[in-house]
Design a protein around this ligand. Structure first.
Ligand SMILES: Cc1ncc(COP(=O)(O)O)c(C=O)c1O
Length: 374
């Protein structure tokens, strides 16, 4: 059987990974500023992470959500504390799309409405509702198409206010920093406007924190910069440092009913062990602060370089927009300088490294991009 060919692949096989470095099958070492797409939060094969998962695997790897799983409650307590949302409730699932799917659905259960506001250049995943709320017609199959999603321009408060006048909006889903859309930061006043309109119309504010959350921006949720609380935060990627874990954190005003949500694998013992290990390392090593400091340093230094159109982002979620004639830089970083980075259209290099990247590692990248930019 052949693999279903859905991605253009780099001809590289990764065989070993430690911290912010990976090695291929020929022994070549690469600096990883991509983090396997914002997934590696505490560094590859972190010893505490490996030990906690291994220990759990020897006790119990999985049992269903029909029994109590104390690891879930322990994780919920730690997540509530570190995110500053101790009165919120946790529902665990397996991926970012699933988290957003559950968030949009829960909002609709809550207020009985159907319309969802999403934004141009937003990305929320590939399951049915999540992909319908994603601004990319190429990945929306006919069966996913729905009139329930209203796409508005990002950061446009006027368009947002107008869309609410029908009083039929169930929820607004918004990334604090658009990732796949090219690292576009939501303004504080835009997020505050979403909050006030959702209050006025009893709509649900969904903060998609799958990529920009979990400390990456220099705050736990990037939406926190605006000083407002969302009603539901969706998260995944950095949560499990590679183990598939997703979740939604739900405000107390949204009350559960049995069977309104459910999952077979979500919150299983191994997933909880992975997620707990990640939170423990983030807290112990003050990684949110490190994201702010090393991210700030990277951004400042990048802004001094020639031939860059714009540097955007917060913390360790940085986009470097290059002119069209420098579109080979990303490939050169990978194949000449052995540095993994991400990309976004048109011609944006995305930096999504582990939150414990050091200044020395940041300097290796800065030196490489300097030589590329001339
Ligand atoms: C902002 C955002 N939301 C949702 C998703 C979907 O997450 P997953 O691929 O885990 O389903 C992604 C994935 O890139 C994302 O960047």
């Amino acid at each position: 059987m052949k693999l279903f060919d859905v991605y253009p692949l780099n001809d590289i096989v990764i065989e070993k990974a430690i911290g912010s470095y990976v090695w291929d099958d020929k022994g070549e070492k690469y600096l990883d500023l991509y983090g396997g797409h914002a997934v590696i939060s505490i560094g590859h094969t972190h010893p505490h992470y490996v030990k906690r998962i291994e220990k759990q695997l020897h006790r119990v790897g999985f049992y269903s959500n029909s029994v109590k799983i104390p690891l879930q409650a322990e994780f919920a307590e730690k997540l509530g504390k570190i995110s500053g949302k101790e009165d919120y409730q946790l529902f665990l699932c397996n991926s970012g799309a699933e988290a957003n799917e559950n968030a949009i659905k829960l909002a609709s259960f809550y207020n009985g409405r159907k319309k969802v506001i999403a934004f141009k250049k937003g990305f929320h995943g590939r399951t049915s509702l999540a992909v319908a709320a994603t601004d990319n017609p190429n990945i929306v199959a006919p069966v996913n198409e729905t009139d329930n999603i209203i796409f508005l321009p990002f950061n446009d408060e006027g368009a947002l206010t107008d869309a609410f006048t029908q009083n039929d909006i169930s929820s607004v889903i918004v990334e604090g920093i658009q990732g796949i859309g090219g690292i576009n930061v939501a303004t504080d006043s835009f997020l505050q406007k979403i909050r006030s309109l959702c209050n006025e119309y009893n709509s649900v504010f969904i903060a998609d924190s799958v990529q920009c959350g979990y400390g990456r921006s220099g705050k736990f949720y990037s939406h926190d910069f605006a000083g407002v609380d969302a009603d539901i935060y969706s998260m995944a990627k950095g949560m499990g440092n590679g183990f598939p874990v997703g979740a939604i954190s739900i405000a107390p005003k949204i009350q559960p009913k049995h069977f309104m949500l459910g999952t077979t694998f979500g919150g299983n013992h191994l997933a909880c062990a992975a997620a707990l290990a990640v939170l423990e390392v983030i807290k112990k090593n003050d990684l949110i602060n490190n994201a702010k400091e090393v991210g700030g340093y990277l951004k400042d230094e990048l802004q001094k370089l020639p031939n860059i159109v714009e540097v955007r982002g917060k913390g360790l979620m940085i986009g470097v927009q290059l002119p069209e004639e420098l579109k080979m830089v990303k490939n050169n970083l990978l194949f000449k300088h052995k540095i993994f980075t991400g990309e976004a259209k048109p011609n944006v290099i995305r930096l999504l490294p582990a939150l414990n990247i050091t200044k020395t590692e940041a300097d290796i990248f800065l030196q490489a991009i300097k030589t590329e930019l001339g």
